[in-house]
Design a protein around this ligand. Structure first.
Ligand code: ATP
Ligand code: PRP
Ligand code: NIO
Length: 474
């Protein structure tokens, strides 16, 4: 058992050691049936942007159903000092909690609860690490994908990141890119699991392996005439690559086939795309598409279109799959209820003081259907008609006249999902639909408008009451 390949990644050991130490302690004080609630939320928008796409829920719900300790896991824990009674308890452990969540693909904002996990103190605490591991990374990458889609002007977007992704995290990177709006991937395993098109062109190595570029193109096109895309920059894009691709395209026509495209992978992509387009069109090959790759991101793609580049397909790898330049989404999982009482985490920094109690998030929409603001309120209270700034309570906003929609829905009851899994492309369609209701000022890349997330008066008062209580006790 020295390889990750022999390991069941649904093992409940896929957690941080302190979760097990805490569970050990709770069990030894017979607290394992105490009911608690945790909220998942993040504090800062990635990429200094104005929105985040919530991604990863589908995989998380699938994992929670399987989240158990195997005999091997129990043996390992036995050797690491956990007592027999606790290990017997863990042997029968499975996640039987209840989860409320926003829909996967929802547009989400800092401070609001996106997922609420309720359950006994052991299962809810043990779920923390894996929940954060799944949701933070996939939401980071899905957001990058959505930002790219915003500027792609309808061009096809293919995810090429596996080779530069963070190890096997590349699987989730591919999934997340799809939920954020990419429609295909070069990652064959991901394509087969998520039932999306696997796409591919050819590498420089293939062309280098032949004595000449023309011979290489010809041989490839003969065996792969369907969806054939020739990489034209190995020697000289305009003097050699494109003319050779044209020759092969004409030969393919003789055989009743059509060359799908050429790929540009270096140099000035705008200039080369324009020149290539002219050469292809002059040869009667206006159906041949131009594919571009090479360290692309949302800023370069936006700029390429502003320069008038006639690019039909973008292959995006490194910057997408790694969420560059952001290393992580800062999502956290904080206790909000225990033993029937709302709980709070105090901080010197008011922005890090948590929101206590069981909460719902309402999204308010104007007459045109655009999102106006989100309100976080206690469950059981009326839907608020005014929200307060979470950290500057004197600032408030009236929500009168807007329509509201609750965002947190029951997705798992007693450890079982309440709905069938949602295919990734349906998640993407939902993300696109929701993003269309966010007006442009929140979507621009430079200094975007900050979307308002406020709290109800009752929630604010509860937080103040608990803060005063804890401070008095100090
Ligand atoms: N017209 C353009 N406008 C803006 N950015 C561009 C344009 N053309 C290419 N880029 C981007 O500029 C960067 C160029 O990278 P780099 O300096 O490594 O050049 P290169 O062409 O890849 O060189 P090499 O031949 O070493 O591969 C890439 O991120 C690429 O996507
Ligand atoms: O630039 P990215 O957004 O990460 O996109 C993926 C890159 O990976 C490949 O290059 P690589 O040099 O690894 O292989 P190659 O020889 O096939 O070009 C491909 O040609 C792209 O340039
Ligand atoms: O198919 C391609 O062109 C491809 C796939 C992965 C990485 N770079 C390019």
């Amino acid at each position: 058992m020295q390889h990750i390949f022999n390991t069941d990644l649904t093992s409940a050991l896929y957690t941080d050691m302190y979760q097990i130490s805490m569970a050990h302690s709770h069990f030894n004080y017979s607290r394992q049936n105490e009911q608690v609630a945790f909220d998942y939320f993040f504090r800062k928008q990635p990429y200094s942007g104005g929105f985040t796409i919530f991604s990863g829920l589908g995989e998380l719900l699938a994992l929670l159903q399987e989240f158990k300790f195997s005999s091997r896991d129990i043996d390992w824990l036995y050797k690491h000092g956990f007592n027999d009674g606790f290990l017997e308890y863990l042997r029968d452990f499975s996640f039987k909690g209840t989860v409320h969540s926003m829909r996967e693909g929802e547009i989400v904002f800092p401070q609001e609860p996106i997922v609420r996990v309720e359950g006994n103190i052991v299962e809810a605490q043990l779920a923390e690490t894996v929940l954060l591991n799944y949701l933070n990374f996939q939401s980071l990458v899905a957001t990058k994908a959505a930002r790219i889609k915003l500027v792609a002007r309808g061009a096809a977007l293919s995810e090429f990141g596996l080779r530069r992704a963070q190890g096997i995290g590349g699987m989730f990177a591919s999934r997340a890119a799809l939920t954020g709006g990419f429609t295909s991937t070069s990652n064959v395993l991901a394509a087969s699991i998520y039932d999306v098109p696997a796409v591919g062109t050819m590498a420089h190595a293939y062309i280098q392996s032949y004595d000449g570029e023309l011979e290489a193109f010809r041989s490839f096109a003969k065996v792969n005439p369907e969806g054939c895309v020739l990489l034209v920059d190995t020697y000289d894009t305009l003097k050699s690559g494109v003319p050779n691709a044209i020759t092969v395209a004409k030969e393919m026509e003789q055989e009743g086939h059509k060359l799908m495209g050429i790929r540009l992978d270096s140099g000035d992509l705008a200039y080369l795309a324009k020149q290539s387009r002219e050469m292809l069109d002059a040869a009667g090959l206006n159906y041949v598409k131009i594919v571009a790759s090479n360290q692309l991101d949302e800023h370069i793609i936006k700029s390429l279109f502003e320069q008038g580049a006639p690019i039909d397909v973008f292959g995006v790898g490194t910057n997408l799959a790694t969420g560059k330049p952001d290393a992580a989404l800062d999502g956290v999982y904080k206790l909000s209820m225990a033993d029937g009482e709302p709980r709070l985490k105090l901080s010197e920094n008011i922005k890090k003081t948590t929101l206590p109690g069981l909460k719902q998030v309402y999204r308010f929409t104007d007459e045109a259907g655009n999102f106006v603001a989100d309100a976080v309120a206690l469950i059981g209270d009326a839907i608020p008609d005014t929200i307060h700034h979470p950290y500057e309570p004197d600032k408030s906003m009236s929500l009168q006249g807007y329509t509201s929609q609750p965002l947190l829905e029951l997705v798992m009851q007693d450890g079982k999902p309440t709905n069938a899994p949602v295919p990734v492309l349906e998640v993407a369609a939902y993300a696109t639909e929701r993003l269309s209701k966010l007006t442009e000022e929140y979507k621009r890349f430079e200094n975007p408008h900050i979307y308002k997330v406020g709290v109800s008066k009752q929630l604010l008062d509860l937080r103040t009451e608990l803060r005063n209580k804890y401070k008095k006790d100090l």
